[in-house]
Design a binder for this molecule. Structure first.
Ligand code: HEC
Length: 153
């Protein structure tokens, strides 16, 4: 009995793990492309945040690089990954994107501008407070767009 229980638990763990992998791994085509772009943006934001919080050594060149990568993935490059009506599962995109396209595109441009600003601040060796302020401004653009256009999980 006990063995069966143990075995059952292990199987359940495997099923749960693969369900989590599937949630993102199941994405294909354009949805996968934009999830990958967002993951890259998210990874670079995480790195920048860790440096500013002292969880990683502060490295102005690396922070500038992270911000530049975000800027490169933003603006029109990001909005092109949202062709009209592309709501295939497991997307978290909201249909409102295409009802209010200008607002959506505006957020993507705001992200690009804020990321470029952060790259400049870090690159010119600005003091940490100024770099942190530029980082917060960038984080605000993520939040604004997610609140309006991404389904909360
Ligand atoms: C222009 C709007 C917009 C901006 C700006 C934006 N996002 Fe997103 N983000 C989205 C949408 C929409 C999705 C859901 C995409 C989907 O599931 O198809 C998403 C999804 C994500 C995901 C989940 C990706 C996945 O694998 O499911 C992460 C992580 C993420 N965004 C991080 C960020 C970060 C960090 C920023 C700011 C630096 C940011 N986003 C800025 C619209 C935006």
């Amino acid at each position: 009995m006990r063995l069966v229980k143990l075995f059952g638990g292990a199987v359940l763990a495997v099923i749960l793990t693969s369900a989590i992998v599937f949630a993102h791994g199941g994405a294909t085509g354009i949805v996968k492309k934009r999830m990958d772009a967002m993951e890259a943006i998210g990874g670079n934001m995480k790195l920048a945040g860790q440096m500013l919080r002292g969880q990683k050594p502060y490295d102005a060149a690396a922070l500038r690089q992270a911000a530049e990568t975000i800027a490169e993935n933003a603006g029109e490059k990001l909005t092109r990954l949202f062709p009209e009506g592309s709501l295939m599962p497991p997307t978290e995109a909201r249909p409102e994107i295409w009802q209010d396209w200008d607002k959506f595109a505006g957020f993507s441009n705001d992200m690009k501008a804020a990321a470029s600003e952060l790259a400049i601040k870090a690159g010119e060796g600005a003091e940490k407070g100024a770099v942190a302020a530029a980082f917060s401004k960038l984080a605000q653009t993520c939040k604004a767009c997610h609140e309006a256009f991404r389904i909360e999980k």
